[in-house]
Design a protein around this ligand. Sequence first.
Ligand code: NAD
Ligand code: 6OD
Length: 486
Amino acid sequence: MKEIKHFINGQYVGSASGKLFDNVNPANGQVIAKVHEAGQAEVDAAVKAARAALKGPWGKMSVAERTEILHRVADGITARFDEFLEAECLDTGKPKSLASHIDIPRGAANFKVFADLIKNVATEAFEMATPDGSGALNYSVRRPKGVIGVISPWNLPLLLMTWKVGPALACGNTVVVKPSEETPTTTALLGEVMNEAGVPPGVYNVVHGFGGDSAGAFLTAHPDVDAYTFTGETGTGEVIMRAAAKGVRQVSLELGGKNAGIVFADCDLDKAIEGTLRSAFANCGQVCLGTERVYVERPIFDEFVARLKAGAEALVIGEPNDPTANFGPLVSHKHREKVLSYYQKAADEGATVVTGGGVPDMPAHLAGGAWVQPTIWTGLPDNSAVVTEEIFGPCCHIRPFDTEAEAIELANSLPYGLASAIWTENTSRAHRVAGQIEAGIVWVNSWFLRDLRTAFGGAKQSGIGREGGVHSLEFYTELKNICVKL
Ligand code: NAD
Ligand code: 6OD
């Protein structure tokens, strides 16, 4: 059985405690590897290595050399594309057709984009008058923030982890990464690529384990970590924020959502159906930006529901290697229990089940997998659990609306504010509504269309701070003003 070890100071090491946990393939329920669980000793060693690398070669390296190395990291991911793809799909069960277009290419792009960006970052300078007439010059310099604790989730493991590690390293920081216990493999594999690319030992460190009372908690309590960047549930974000408060460490939090799609009667219905299908069911609904609440203007409500149902029923459920499959399992049986509990709540709350609502029949070799049906409901009250709580599964509730103001009010009615998608061919309306939606990201006639230079993050309880482009560089650097009396 394969073992997945920590990556500390450029080497793979096991846990001193000998504690291992199972890595399970969610498509069939089989154990694919044993993962070392980090204790305090491994987290201490990783942070120590990261600190030493910061003071040593990485901290002293020119931006040109550093960015060249990061380009080699990106090229290394691309060169080992099939290995990363296989590992990601085994850990998550997601279709290879999806991961080969999104997860793995973005893993590489996240290094290139930020390496290129850091080469052209401007700072500021101000001349000032002084009473003695000699004047003074203020100028600012950017310095790495230090050792960054990176805690990442399981839904887009390589993409979301490198979305943080790419800019952190580009800015000259060193990192200790704690990937999700569900999906440790690509984060571990990246260690090999780092070594091959010439990243000095200690710059990229990985410790495996769980959240509370395990690697996650040891990392967030560690006094020698300078800042934390986290993607995951809002509740976990609150816990991490509390831990980071000790020592006044900064946090960047990309958290949960309960995103609204608003479909106006003047939309291009083909586009709206295609986009809503993707936003509700891609990655088996396990995308933080996904649409779980769909509001449709009444004149097209029945047609929209019928066409979305047809689209959901046309999804091809299958394992990652099935080239026809575009719908995989959930990440784990634990997550399936959560999603199925909402399927039950919907039934209890009196929903009309338009399609799905249960577990699909799968062939014998996949019967042990964490499968659920793509599910659509109508008819639930606005305050029902299914409509107000993040499910993070392949499901959505569709509700009619009559006026633009009502749609905006419904979209803004929850404490989350991550993303929203508006479907309309009326440009004035698109701008007007987008401006009033309380979310960090609003798409008009599209969904998950990404330019990595743009600000990414959530409003309200969906997060703190923005990542992407110069916004990542803001978080991963400390801006220092130097005032020189002339
Ligand atoms: P999670 O919060 O359960 O876990 C995320 C990571 O935090 C894991 O590595 C986990 O081990 C770790 N963790 C858990 N408890 C911890 C603790 N007490 N201390 C330190 N670390 C701890 O989230 P998940 O289930 O892995 O991911 C799904 C959630 O992530 C959903 O809520 C989804 O909306 C959110 N998400 C948000 C974004 C975004 O960009 N806003 C992106 C992807 C996922
Ligand atoms: O595209 C990205 O950069 C990003 N952070 C996507 C997040 C998806 C959430 O599941």
